[in-house]
Design a protein around this ligand. Structure first.
Ligand SMILES: Cc1cc2nc3c(=O)[nH]c(=O)nc-3n(C[C@H](O)[C@H](O)[C@H](O)COP(=O)(O)OP(=O)(O)OC[C@H]3O[C@@H](n4cnc5c(N)ncnc54)[C@H](O)[C@@H]3O)c2cc1C
Length: 395
């Protein structure tokens, strides 16, 4: 079988569906192919099933990319307000959570339904369970050999996403295709991912799995994030850890302030003056869950004495360890649980206005497959919508 279309999109995820609907609204004949049996699988499980679909406060600074200016044009051409308008037009109820994060009131299914309805409006052909075998460049356009036959197209949009959650159908296909066309790639690694602990740390903290607290976590080369931190049976997770993970290079340590609202040196001095007979564990239990207080004492080897009897070294160490704990994680949980993939197609290869390859006219990359990664909080979907939209306006 030989099929023809004007725009062929590989990947029926967030960016691919947005791109397809946008191109079809311009009157382009569009086909979307995906090897999965369902469109938008990541959208469906995102945000705990409620999809954190954008953020009220989207800024270029919320993205990691070798070229920090690259995201500006697309984010300005299709803003969070444009996506919110679309959500409102489809009567999808939503609510705001901390830090401007917007979630569906009911279900992420509504976002997928909305994107598919927009595709239907433009008569986009959606071909699921379709494997890509090869792509070749023609004098004008591309020929794509697939499990449903050869598809010829004028514009080819690669929207195959990143490597996280292979169980949901993630593949490195987009990177391979980029390499086939001689495009540069930035090294990939897991992002928005929990840390594992080294064995000597894990033995202390694993029994506390389930405890969460507000902490300030910073990688060596990134901003500090004050949000919840969760102790898990493998290590540390929660928003503050996931955010910092985007900035942590393998092997590097992180700095953790376990009491970001308290100057521990001052608070300890005050407590010693007011009640020198109070045990260290009692004082720590005023700030932490009891079991965590006990673990901190054992982990740091502090003597559990009355505050008035603590020696100089311990008095100096307590604020250091609580406000500026230098932790070297064992590693991270990898793509199995990561929400995103850092790195990907080098944005130097692409036009920031259209997502078209500078060296291969007619070839576009959108969404997570490229070297653009957002913070936790709806920023990754906003990038998928924005990059998908600008490619859809031009493909
Ligand atoms: C558990 C989880 C929760 C998340 N929650 C949020 C959230 O709440 N808010 C947020 O902003 N971001 C969230 N993200 C990140 C967000 O899902 C992604 O950044 C976004 O989906 C990227 O869109 P994309 O279209 O580039 O890729 P995807 O949505 O991953 O789509 C890629 C598509 O390409 C298809 N594909 C891959 N390889 C091939 C191939 N070889 N042949 C054919 N088809 C192929 C896949 O089947 C898939 O349908 C979450 C991610 C995960 C894993």
């Amino acid at each position: 079988m030989s099929l023809e279309t004007e725009v062929l999109v590989i990947g029926a995820g967030a960016a691919g569906l947005m791109c397809a609907a946008t191109a079809a609204a311009r009157g382009r004949k569009v086909m979307v192919v995906d090897h999965a049996k369902q469109a938008g699988k990541k959208i469906l499980i995102s945000g705990g099933g409620r999809c954190n679909f954008t953020n009220l406060y989207v800024e270029p600074a919320n993205y990691l990319c070798a070229n920090p200016h690259f995201v500006k044009s697309a984010l300005a051409q299709y803003t969070q307000w444009d996506f919110i308008d679309l959500v409102v037009r489809h009567n999808i109820a939503y609510h705001e959570r901390d830090h401007g994060q917007l979630f569906c009131d009911d279900s992420a299914k509504e976002i997928v339904r909305m994107l598919l309805d927009e595709c239907d409006k433009g008569q986009v052909q959606l071909r699921l369970r379709t494997d890509i075998e090869s792509v070749s460049r023609l004098e004008s356009g591309f020929a794509v050999a697939t499990s449903i036959g050869r598809i010829q197209c004028q514009s080819l949009v690669v929207a195959t996403g990143g490597l996280s959650m292979p169980k949901l159908g993630a593949t490195p296909y987009g990177y391979k295709l980029a390499e086939q066309f001689g495009l540069k790639l930035k090294p990939t690694r897991a992002g928005l991912v929990p840390f594992t602990l080294q064995p000597q740390d894990k033995q202390h903290f694993e029994p506390l799995s389930g405890i969460s607290l507000t902490a300030n976590v910073a990688a060596q080369r990134g901003p500090a994030f004050t949000e919840q931190m969760l102790i898990t049976h493998r290590g540390l997770s929660g928003p503050s850890v996931l955010q910092a993970s985007n900035y942590r290079e393998p092997g590097e340590g992180v700095s953790i302030d376990l009491l970001p609202a308290v100057d521990v040196g001052e608070a300890l001095a005050q407590a010693r003056e007011q009640n020198p007979k109070r045990q260290l564990s009692t004082w720590l239990s005023e700030h932490f869950p009891g079991r965590l207080a006990e673990t901190l004492i054992a982990y740091h080897g502090w003597p559990n004495q009355p505050l008035g009897q603590l020696n100089k070294a311990t008095l100096a160490d307590i604020p250091e360890q609580l406000n500026r704990w230098q932790l070297k994680p064992g590693g991270d949980e990898g793509y199995r649980t990561a929400e995103v993939t850092l790195g990907g197609v080098d944005t130097d290869e692409l036009s920031s206005k259209t997502m078209e390859c500078k060296r291969v006219p007619g070839l576009y990359f959108v969404g997570e497959v490229m070297d653009v990664t957002g913070w936790l909080g709806g920023f990754n979907f906003q990038w998928a919508w924005a990059s998908g939209y600008v490619a859809g306006q031009n493909a």
